[in-house]
Design a protein around this ligand. Sequence first.
Ligand code: FES
Length: 263
Amino acid sequence: MTQATLSNSESLNRRYGLTKRSDRWWVEPLLTGGGLLTFVIYSSVSALLGHSWAFETEHELYLSPFFEPLITPEFLPMWFSPALLILWAPLGFRTTCYYYRRTYYRAYFLSPPACAVREPAGSYNGEGKFPLIIQNSHRYFMYVAVVFVPILWLGAIKSFYLPGEGIGIGVGSIIMTLNAFFLMMYTIGCHSLRHWVAGGINSFSNTPLRRIRRKAWEVFTVANERHKAWAWTSLIWVGVTDLYIHLVASGVVTDINTFTGPI
Ligand code: FES
């Protein structure tokens, strides 16, 4: 084979999208990329429009998860959405998540677009250099994200109680409870959390708090095995929860509930 034929064949082998796969490998990156983009646009609009349309139910019975916990210091100008004070944490947690990394590397950077499909980049430096080394911050975002789990549960539990009326239940309470549950399953299924709880242990029998750590590891593993499913379920549901609360708060939808007074 001549040199010219060799380089022709090499450049053919490097052609983007080259694959022997005959299935529709492009469907998954297309759907996941579109889904993530939709969520980013929706959540940005919802968070930025904060004061006017996300959390102002009359008794704050339902508070959007984008605003939980609600922090409104005096010095905050009216135009500044309180969601921006807290959203960096769940956002950083999600964007550095191992599953989402795989998803957007494939969908947006085509690196690679799917298994066994040629990618456009000629070389690969991994995540060991700037800027992708920043992805290692995931474990630190995880420490913050676990705090949001009890906070969201507290918000969900509070939605079953209306001051002056007592305990009740509404469609919003059910939606918020499911939201807390889905986010909990996504968070406890985090690879970093699972490793933090019981990773790097050669022998449980010689480890302090071994029973607790072993039990936590077993529970977290159940969620970890379906991390992708929990990632999508929790992402979609947090958007649904925010949208529902917005629609109730703005009067477009009437919440069906057992409370007799207005919410
Ligand atoms: S790996 Fe997905 S949340 Fe940590």
